[in-house]
Write a protein that binds this ligand. Structure first.
Ligand SMILES: *[C@@H]1O[C@H](CO)[C@@H](O)[C@H](O)[C@H]1NC(C)=O
Ligand SMILES: *[C@@H]1O[C@H](CO)[C@@H](O)[C@H](O)[C@H]1NC(C)=O
Length: 216
């Protein structure tokens, strides 16, 4: 009996910690981000609910294509708490992604969110890689109307495999999902990670590391 109770307590505790590791459930209708406050909390502090309005809960312009004239040939237009303060504490956000022909959204991960992506225009090759030691690539070519999910934390990418522009809309399970672009964090950190570390990690010559560090 005592054993069972202890087990129950452990289970209850672990659920408590699991929930706490991500965004806690809101205990109020909303908490519109007050980005002008100097208080530091996990997220943003709330604006006075009496002074919020529809503008705090809306964003305009997602019908506009993003500018894909860059080395990736893609552009992410985010609608996270930074653009839409009403998302604060709600654990949800979205993005529009535009791709030029053969454009890529390079390998990256969202430390705080699972992402579900729908192709609205064109066709995309998408994929994610599982954790060590398998590092299995799960990949598929999506057509307009297809949906794909990238599980939280896993490295993923997209590529436009059509001859026309492609467009995707994605939802993310955090108001502030974060982005870690692999090439940028590895070869573009400030200051640089020691070239010796990267040469050994990637099994390449230091000159190649210098070249990549200069690029990123
Ligand atoms: C798109 O970005 C490129 C490169 O930054 C810039 O030269 C060009 O003017 C931009 N195009 C538009 C329509 O803003
Ligand atoms: C490609 O896109 C990522 C994510 O938007 C960005 O961080 C990176 O700087 C881009 N890379 C290049 C070479 O422009």
């Amino acid at each position: 009996m005592a054993k069972n109770i202890m087990l129950l307590c452990l289970v209850a505790l672990s659920f408590g910690f699991l929930a706490y590791a991500f965004e806690p459930s809101p205990l109020q209708d909303f908490c519109v981000a007050d980005t002008s406050s100097s208080a530091r909390v996990n997220g943003h502090v709330c604006k006075n609910p009496g002074s919020v309005g529809a503008e705090d809960f809306s964003f305009s312009g997602l019908h506009m294509p993003g500018n894909t004239s860059n080395p990736n040939g893609s552009r992410v237009t985010p609608v996270t708490v930074a653009q839409l303060p009403g998302l604060n504490t709600l654990g949800i956000s979205m993005v529009r992604i535009d791709y030029a022909p053969w454009g890529i959204n390079p390998p990256h991960t969202h430390p705080r969110a699972t992402e579900i992506l729908a192709v609205i225009e064109g066709s995309l090759e998408v994929g994610f890689v599982t954790s060590n030691p398998d590092n299995r690539l799960i990949t598929k070519t999506l057509q307009k109307g297809d949906v794909f999910v990238f599980p939280i934390g896993l490295v993923h990418f997209q590529r436009n495999v059509g001859t026309k522009n492609a467009v995707a809309i994605a939802a993310l399970s955090s108001q502030n999902p974060g982005v870690i672009t692999i090439a940028n964090v590895v070869f573009g950190s400030k200051p640089d990670i020691s070239s010796n570390v990267l040469a050994k990690a990637f099994q390449i010559e230091q000159s190649v590391v210098y070249h990549l560090q200069a690029t990123f």
